[in-house]
Ligand binder design. Structure first.
Ligand SMILES: *Cc1c(COP(=O)(O)O)cnc(C)c1O
Length: 469
């Protein structure tokens, strides 16, 4: 391929240039999505172009519409910062061009994924015999784990859902906390379990499932059951009481799945691990690589204790495809996709780069920054904290007790938009318990206490500005 060298070199140069500046870069894109669409608008090209020219054009225009997701002061949503080791490993995955579905034709990517699976089970301290499917994220991770749950719970009632589908099957009752992440509802929808035909379990003021309510509800139904808990509520960062939930679920012979997109990583830090006590009693878990592990997008994991149920839910068999022998680990037999990239490789690279101590240090540091920010922010009159900062999440709003909720919402939105315009740091908003709040998620790889300080002063400054309007 004669254009290989300049083309890859252009991408490399641009990436290097972008990433060497993006640590503190302006957090909002220069062009909004409409402007970006206009800038890129042209009809389908008739003639060929030089690949290098295409990549130059892409790099030049592309950088105008990028949010500062790799910045150390990006506190929006819950998103990792695409660590250079993960990015570089992902480049090799693309350059190698392996279709990493079966292990026999792709020894390198399959072996790296298998090693990464074993390391994940080690650092997350989950049963080492579990199987891990490398997905695009926690949404698909939830889907995979709940597909295994659906199959296994129905088989106990003599029904093979993989073969026969859901029509005529015994009805599965699904129990889900009121503050579960929406991606769980999406997974239930994809699986024909319906996002509304679930029993919603009461939660406390931090969004934790109330186990007494689960116990009461689960006693009301016969037949196959699935209970879905959560580690790391998307707003508050709270953890369900896993010991109690696991006990109740298993006494009722239910499958227990935990959506732990970021909260599972508390297990990687000895001081935080207690938040997840009892979580290993579940039957399946979902977590993300592209959040706390800092892999580039997109990587998530479906972790399932009963690997037989996992395989049965996801395997594709055909005469032209390599056969699956017992004991083999074929990446595509654990996820919905057949053709796929070597998605385990960036995970392997991140685990190898950071190591057990590096991950513990990072997770611990992020949580310390979150606690520090919460503690300093509430010293400012009119800044109010709305969660127990047990992990990396901080929820605040702006105003005093005499202000109406609408007034406080306007204040909070005003501060958020001021911050986003300044571009020193990035925060977003959400509704928590009927109140509009600013969400601070500390989860960007390199974030330090100093970044927290810079962010605090920017938040205070914008709040003071709003008060003088
Ligand atoms: C982010 C998140 C998800 C969805 O994960 P994706 O990687 O975006 O698919 C699910 N549950 C929780 C608790 C999350 O934080």
């Amino acid at each position: 391929m004669k254009k290989l060298q300049p083309t890859l070199h252009t991408a490399y140069q641009h990436a290097l240039d972008y990433r060497s500046k993006s640590g503190h870069a302006h957090c909002l894109p220069n062009l909004d999505s409409k402007e970006m669409l206009e800038a890129l608008d042209e009809s389908m090209p008739e003639d060929s172009s030089e690949p290098d020219d295409v990549i130059k054009y892409l790099a030049h225009l592309g950088k105008q519409g990028l949010i500062g997701g790799t910045s150390r002061r990006f506190f929006g949503w819950v998103a990792g910062a695409s660590h250079p080791a993960g990015v570089a490993a992902d480049w090799l995955v693309s350059a190698w061009g392996q279709n990493s579905s079966y292990q026999e034709p792709t020894p390198t990517t399959s072996a790296l994924e298998e090693i990464a699976q074993n390391w994940l089970l080690d650092i997350l301290d989950l049963p080492r015999y579990s199987s891990v499917g490398f997905t695009t994220g926690a949404t698909v991770g939830n889907f995979v784990a709940l597909a295994a749950a659906r199959g296994a719970t129905l088989r106990k009632y003599g029904w093979d859902v993989d073969k026969s589908g859901l029509f005529g099957a015994p009805a599965i009752t699904v129990y889900l906390g009121k503050d579960a992440h929406v991606s769980v509802s999406a997974a239930l929808m994809y699986l024909g379990l319906g996002y509304e035909r679930v029993i919603r379990i009461k939660t406390d003021d931090m969004g934790r499932m109330i186990s007494d309510d689960l116990e009461h509800q689960i006693a009301c139904h016969e037949g196959p059951k699935i209970v879905i808990g959560q580690a790391g509520q998307i707003n508050t960062g709270a953890f369900d009481p896993f010991k109690d939930i696991a006990d109740i679920a298993h006494r009722a012979d239910a499958w227990l799945h935990i959506d732990a997109a970021f909260g599972l990583w508390a297990r990687a830090n000895p001081d935080l691990k207690h938040l997840t006590d009892g979580i290993d009693q579940a039957d399946s878990w979902t977590t993300d690589g592209h959040k706390w592990l800092q892999t580039p997008f997109d990587t998530g994991y479906a972790i399932i204790k009963d690997s037989e149920a996992h395989l049965r839910a996801m395997s594709i068999l055909a005469s032209y495809l390599p056969k699956q022998d017992a004991g083999e680990r074929n990446p595509s037999s654990l996820v919905p996709e057949l053709s796929r990239r070597g998605r385990g490789v960036p995970t392997w690279a991140m685990l190898k780069t950071l190591g057990r101590n590096g991950i513990a240090e990072m997770v611990g540091r992020h949580c310390s920054v979150a606690r520090y920010m919460a503690q300093e922010l509430v010293k400012e009159p009119g800044i109010n904290l709305h969660n127990d900062v047990v992990l990396n999440q901080v929820l605040i709003d702006f105003g005093n007790e005499h202000d109406s909720l609408n007034k406080r919402k306007a204040n909070t939105e005003g501060v958020i938009s001021g911050i986003q315009k300044d571009g020193i740091c990035f925060m977003g908003g959400a509704i928590w318990r009927d109140r509009w709040v600013m969400r601070i998620s500390v989860i960007s790889g390199d974030t330090t206490i100093e970044d927290g300080r810079v962010a605090i002063s920017n938040i205070k400054e914008n709040w003071r500005k709003i008060q003088t309007l």
